[in-house]
Design a protein around this ligand. Sequence first.
Ligand SMILES: [Zn+2]
Ligand SMILES: [Zn+2]
Length: 298
Amino acid sequence: MTEDTESLRPDDAFTLLADRTRIKIIRALGDASTPGVPETLPFSELRRRADISGSGRFNYHLKQLVGQFVEETDEGYRLSYPGVRVYQAMKAGTFTERVRIEPFELDATCHVCGAPQVAGYHDSMFRVRCRDEAGDCGAVFYKYFCPPSSLTERERAGVLRAANQRIQREIASMAKGVCPWCCGRIDARVLPTDAEMPQRDNPAIEHRVLHTCDTCDGSLYTRLGGLVVSHPAVVSFFHDHGVDVTRRHVWSLPFASSDERTTVTGSDPWRATVRVGCEGDVLRVRLDDEPSVVEACR
Ligand SMILES: [Zn+2]
Ligand SMILES: [Zn+2]
């Protein structure tokens, strides 16, 4: 275990950013950089690009950032890793943008009632649900945080591709016990089917797993079946049918985005089976309460 030295408290780190001049400096350094290579700018060039009048003021604010968000070298100044992440969040509109995509119909159907699925985006959340008109069941399949800029200025197909990759990647990381946000250790717990869901508009999940991160306190509920999408047995099962399951929209996969294909088969020891289907063929994936895959058979 390595201890970090001279860590800033989060409130001090965020306070450092609470100034327009400092934000302009970070933006200028980020804009000057090429992907993967933080650009180093000399003092006067950085001041020119940040468009800051008053050398004293510029110098003062730059010095506040050095050591945390900016690194000073013999050649000048460049973004540190935290500085790059701040720049990325600014560019992605993570903290600032308000984007709304009105719900639109997908060419996938509700796994419960067969009505069309619809996708939409508001309050930084991407949602896929049953259409919810008269006679539809209104089930929610995914409600997932996506940064606003990832979904703007794209065709619908691009929005869906971006959201799908984000959901698949983050859940695959959780399935392996690694926090997708901070790389901390994830603790996963299978919840009893009658446990209360914390928020009314969350997906009503019967076979639910709560993932929590020791380090950043991030947490997420997933379906049991959602965790097996990235398992090698499932990936190769689809591959044998000529399908790359990691590119399939996860909300179109009934075993992953509904409880319909999951059955609890034993309580001591606890076991559940997820029936993964492709073109009439079935792969049965058995899980324990870790939850880990203990067996997969066709
Ligand atoms: Zn429905
Ligand atoms: Zn974390």
